[in-house]
Design a protein around this ligand. Structure first.
Ligand code: NAD
Length: 501
């Protein structure tokens, strides 16, 4: 028998939001006593009040994290014990699936079916995967002469500041937390002011799972207050940042102005999706492009927002893309079948509508969508939008829109396609569609992007690194490579007495 359908509106109405800071295992108000309203983009309703963390709160959180690191209450535990705590943390995330999914959907407007099927399980799998890694990573011994032994060991860097965006709040937090905690660091997490709720619940679940107080602290607040205080802090050893390229630039400045802390930036993108005329599956390519750009209301750093399609197959491609648009009607994110929800806030909606206007003004053809809808709900909804006849110089071809807007550029030759694809300040992901194995390899190698997909776009897994070239960032989240960001490499030389007596 099927379980009865959940009435998400009833659950939302019954929710009690606790937006207080979490430091040293304790909830507390901001030192200033200030708070801000947490507004849901679904209908513009105030969900609750969230502490407006700032310098004094960041100081307290970093001091707590430092104490926890220095007394080795976490890093000093046997690896198998740390593994077990993190496994329990992952299990707790799954056990709280409905509550976390509801908070995520209310906070940033994504459809509840995807919060349930994607965000919660991905966050849990990330923590579980790094938990499994804790007692399976070995250090190195260098090939030195017989009178010496050189050990190359990894040690946690210490206190890590994690500053994350609102588009996948829980998954982005998990990508930072998984490797950082597995390696024995302490963490101060600053979630986006637009989506602070699940971060605070994650920290409570971690405590319940047995993570010692002080190891994982959460300070919600604004970027220019709590974020800046954290990134400038003299006692933070590294910053793991995910967000816009504009703020990533600031992170590097903060490090230069303070203690030269390590900065790992995971930034924006304008990923190219190239369909050649020897692609045998133009229709599948078109469906994949539409699904990938409309998912999460287009608010995905790796969304294939620039499609480059060979002129011989462009009409077929456009017809199939247009046929996908009705599958993504903007609707109530709490309704179980909704595929396209609300944009995160009014500002983001205005930005997206501004880009749509600029596309029209610059002469692109709006083939579908283009308008704000559901304004009567008080929420922030934009139709899935497709532009044809886009020139590579237009703003909608060059800048990250971060909304459900696909820009289609037609090309004639492989050389031209590659030039357009690489002519971008970004280099996060790309995709090549061709049945010619030589071309697929040639183009994949020539693309300046951290991930290149061939004849697909949807594969993703915690086992592979995620990050960009150029102004898309410098770090890699996920996979064992993420440990490079949260560990120091130490060399220890030991003299071995050459005499045996
Ligand atoms: P954002 O840069 O505005 O904010 C990100 C975080 O930085 C937030 O927590 C914010 O409060 C904080 N912040 C803002 N200004 C700050 C300042 N002056 N000092 C310190 N902290 C500050 O980005 P956003 O709008 O939240 O997120 C969208 C961006 O994130 C897009 O560009 C997207 O491509 C990118 N993103 C990248 C990845 C990736 O892995 N490469 C993943 C997800 C999102």
């Amino acid at each position: 028998m099927n379980a009865p359908a959940i009435d998400w509106h009833a659950r939302a109405a019954a929710l009690r939001i606790d937006g207080r800071i979490l430091i040293d295992g304790q909830r507390r108000d901001a030192a200033s006593g200030q708070a801000f309203d947490c507004v849901s983009p679904i209908a513009g309703r105030v969900l609750g009040s969230v502490a407006r963390g700032a310098q004094a709160d960041v100081d307290a959180a970093v001091a707590s994290a430092r104490r926890a690191f220095d007394d080795a209450r976490w890093a000093g535990k046997p690896p198998a014990a740390r593994k077990r705590v993190l496994q329990r943390f992952a299990e707790a995330i799954l056990a709280a699936r409905d509550e976390l999914a509801l908070l995520e959907t209310l906070d940033m407007g994504k459809p509840i079916q995807f919060s349930l099927a994607v965000d919660v399980p991905s966050a849990a799998r990330c923590i579980a995967w790094y938990a499994e890694a804790v007692d399976k990573i070995y250090d190195e011994i260098a090939p030195t002469p017989a009178n010496a032994l050189a050990l190359i060991t990894r040690e946690p860097v210490g206190v890590i500041g994690a500053i994350v965006p609102w588009n996948y709040p829980m998954i982005m937090a998990a990508w930072k937390l998984g490797p950082a905690l597995a390696a024995g660091n302490s963490v101060v997490l600053k979630p986006s002011e637009k989506s602070p709720l699940t971060a605070l619940r994650l920290a409570e679940l971690a405590l319940q799972a047995g993570l010692p107080p002080g190891v994982f602290n959460v300070v919600p607040g604004y970027g220019h207050e709590a974020g800046e205080a954290l990134a400038l802090h003299m006692d933070v050893d590294a910053i793991g940042f995910t967000g816009s390229t504009r703020t990533g630039r600031r992170m590097l400045e903060y490090a230069g102005r303070s203690n030269l802390k390590r900065v790992f930036n995971e930034l924006g993108g304008k990923s190219a999706f190239i369909v050649f005329d020897d692609c045998g599956e133009v229709a599948r390519a078109a469906r994949t492009a539409a699904d990938s750009i409309f998912f999460n209301q287009g608010q995905s750093c790796n969304a294939p927002s620039r499609v480059l399609v060979h002129e011989r197959v462009a009409d077929e491609f456009m017809a199939v893309v247009a046929a996908q648009v009705p599958n993504w009607p903007p609707a109530d994110p709490l309704a179980p079948a909704t595929t396209l929800g609300a944009l995160v806030d009014e500002g983001q909606m205005r930005t997206v509508l501004g880009y749509i206007e600029s596309g029209v003004a610059e002469g692109a053809r709006c083939a579908a969508g283009g308008r704000q809808v559901r304004a009567e709900t008080g929420g922030f909804y934009v139709e899935p939008t497709v532009f044809d006849g886009v020139a590579p110089t237009m703003k909608i071809a060059r800048e990250e829109i971060f909304g459900p807007v696909l820009s289609v550029i037609r090309f004639k030759t492989e050389t031209e396609a590659l030039r357009i694809a690489n002519d971008s300040p970004y280099g996060l992901q790309a995709s090549v569609w061709s049945d010619n194995i030589h071309r697929a390899h040639r183009v994949a190698r020539a693309l300046r992007a951290g991930t290149v997909h061939v004849n697909q776009y949807d594969e993703d897994d915690i086992t592979v690194p995620f990050g960009g070239y150029k102004q898309s960032g410098n770090g890699r989240d996920k996979s064992l490579h993420a440990f490079d960001k949260v560990t120091e490499l130490k060399t220890t030389w030991l003299r071995i007495n050459p005499r045996g007596d």
